[in-house]
Design a binder for this molecule. Structure first.
Ligand code: PLP
Length: 405
């Protein structure tokens, strides 16, 4: 299919279609497990002259399955280019190592995935890179935090785990005024729910392990870029000067699995978002639930922002019960829904953020992130909505049903 035609397809068609393999005409991509590729004189000359991206050389430098995945994700994120990596954290770390130097400064939203927060708060400080944490919806605070050393403003489209949604346009304007890049982690939304590059974000990082893969069976990460405010050779340098040196590569099989996962992303997410809305409304009226955090609810503090930026509202929600013990009881008594670490799959998965993903973050910092001990995070799956509600209700019925005042 012509490139232009593919770009004009609707999201669902973009997700399903890729060109057949030119040699065999197979419509499902062949899997290239080889970690080494043979040179001939012409290939050798091409590589010596600089064609390192178009020629296959060695597994860590790229692979045909990885290349195809990158093309598909770039299409779905409306990106000018994309790099696929071994995990979401490889994407975050590689982006930081590519952009930052000793003395540089990051302004980050308070609420990000725990490993990202810890990398900013601890690991990067070892290299002389500092971070100021703010509420990215408080544009005055963001502005006050920017210094002449600031290189990046960083936030999550839907923040893990309190589902806050950051208003992007004011942040992008502020970044442009100060010659700073905007980076957004799109994991909780996925490109079906939100395409941050269309809103002026410069770089999207994402854990493909989650909604993109969708089946709990693969790890992967994505960096997708909009070229406008980046140097012309940014993607090339990102790959050759940073990624290939750090080595956080995606395996060919995982690239193949992610390509397959992407084909059903729109249908999965359409149904999962619908069920999430039903579940959120149900839990909002449940006597044992103190609060529901879901951007689709009018009670959510960022509902109006979400309505404009991502009207599907996503498939992630968090509800609060009285305390940590009650949260453990609820998750432990679930029968259909899983009690597990990850998210974004066909299965409904619950976790207790305070004592699971954010266990290493001190309580005082968790509170600044608005992470309460009694929070239960739900990644809504593809089970029948009534069965999910029935299962969560029966688990909730096993705790004290008096709401906290
Ligand atoms: N970003 C967010 C928002 C996440 O929730 C996670 C993992 O849970 C990551 C990044 C890291 O992804 P991975 O586990 O693929 O390294």
């Amino acid at each position: 299919m012509k490139k232009k035609t593919r770009h004009n397809l609707a999201f669902a068609s973009k997700a399903v279609y890729y060109d057949p393999d030119p040699k065999t005409k197979s419509i499902s991509a062949p899997l290239y497990l080889s970690n080494n590729f043979q040179y001939d004189e012409e290939i050798y000359q091409n590589i010596v002259k600089g064609a390192r991206i178009t020629e296959n050389i060695y597994g860590r430098c790229g692979n045909p399955n990885e290349t195809l995945l990158q093309e598909q994700v770039a299409l779905l994120e409306n990106a000018d280019g994309c790099l696929a990596l071994g995990s979401g954290m490889a994407a975050v770390a590689t982006t930081c190592f590519a952009l930052l130097r000793p003395g540089d400064h990051i302004v980050s939203d308070w609420t990000t995935y725990s490993s990202t927060h810890e990398m900013f708060d601890h690991r990067l400080t070892d290299f002389g890179i500092t971070t100021t944490f703010v509420d990215c919806n408080d544009i005055t605070a963001v502005k006050a935090s920017i210094t002449d050393k600031t290189k990046i403003i960083y936030f999550e489209t839907i923040a893990n785990p309190n589902m806050r949604v950051t208003e992007i346009p004011p942040l992008v304007q502020l970044a442009r005024d100060n010659n700073v890049l905007v980076i957004c982690d799109n994991t909780f939304a996925s490109p079906y729910v939100m395409r941050p590059l269309d809103w002026g974000v410069d770089i999207v990082v994402e854990s493909a392990t989650k909604f993109m893969g969708g089946h709990n069976d693969v790890l992967g990460g994505i960096i997708a870029i909009k070229q406008t405010n980046l140097p012309d050779d940014f993607l090339h340098e990102l790959r050759w000067s940073t990624h290939v040196k750090l080595g956080g590569v995606l395996s060919p099989f995982n690239a193949w699995m992610l390509l397959r996962g992407l084909q059903t992303l729109p249908v999965r997410l359409e149904r999962q978002c619908e069920t999430a809305m039903k579940l959120a409304k149900h839990l909002e009226n449940h006597p044992a639930v103190n609060k529901v955090h879901y951007p689709g609810l009018t009670s959510h503090p960022n509902h109006e922002i979400a309505k404009t930026q991502m009207p599907n509202y996503g498939a992630m929600l968090t509800f609060e019960v009285a305390d940590g013990q009650s949260a453990i009881k609820v998750c432990g008594n679930l029968e259909l829904c899983a009690f597990a670490a990850s998210l974004g799959s066909v299965r409904t998965i619950t976790q207790i953020p305070a004592t699971m993903a954010f266990l290493d973050i001190p309580k005082v910092e968790r509170e600044k992130m608005n992470i309460q001990d009694g929070m239960v995070r739900v990644s809504v799956g593809l089970e029948d909505p009534n069965d999910i509600i029935y299962d969560i209700d029966q688990a909730l019925s096993q705790i004290d049903t008096h709401k906290q005042s």
